[in-house]
Design a protein around this ligand. Sequence first.
Ligand SMILES: [Zn+2]
Length: 325
Amino acid sequence: MPILEIQRAEKIHDYIQKLEKLTNIPLRSSPIILSSPRQQVSLELPLEEIKQSYEYVEQIYEDIGEHELVFKAIKTGWEYLNSGYKIVPTSKEEYFRQINEAYVFQAARERGYTVDENYFKEHKFCYGQYETYYAVHEIMQRNAFDFLLSKSYSPSFIHTYANWYKCIKLISTQFIIPTTTIEKKIPHILDQLWIISHNINQLRLLGIEIVGEGKFLSRNQPRTSVNNEFLNQLGYEIYQVASWWCRVDPYRVICEFLKASGIFPDATKYLIGAELNTIDEYVCGICHAPMVRWGWDWIQRYQIGNSTVLAHKDCVMRKQHSGRY
Ligand SMILES: [Zn+2]
């Protein structure tokens, strides 16, 4: 019987090998985070009493977010945003529809940005975008406990966990930022925007950009090259992650992001398999076929004699089952 976990892993590993040949870039041994900001950018929250309004926050909950809109929402509706009422407002299905239809460009146009026709025609989304958003949903819905399979739920772990989870106020789908401050606004698109706040007076805007196959495969794809310094000045910290890693292990990508951004510096300590350095090392210790982590529990620990190996969930289950006789 073909097993979904193994089939999927073989397909993805095979695809990355082909992509590596095509691009001549050592993807399988590349870093996960391709670039991160040199320093954190903290924004001060308005101190004066401003009459709170739900209007702009609701707009962010319901549609693709945008630079001006998010600043209005923070200014007029911070109490609402800060309550974490909807941390991940967009469903996985809706996100897939958005990226599949290149909806972000339509949304940008509606918000007064100049969008070239080619954006619609040549747009290609990569599955890494969806897989990473899927992982975010899994992590946030399960409150991370099951996912970060710490054997000991010590009080210190629970405290650390509660702290990082609490500081996340919103994780939005694709997000639009202007690349210039002049009249003709060209959009720059983030794959995810995280709004976090560690203390009462400050917040941070963290953008995740999934860099990858789209860029390599369609050389003519219009892609605005925007200076990260400019985005910093606007208030954003940009983290670029490798799309091929998103395909192999989106949970790892998010953990590396949580670590790099300082949201949860110990995130990778709690993640099974975070010690694997290259994509080639994602191999099952039981059946020796490749592994990927699409479901949060797809990679598990298994004891063989004196050593512990990492293995497919399915292989571990079958071993445990046969061990009962
Ligand atoms: Zn296996």
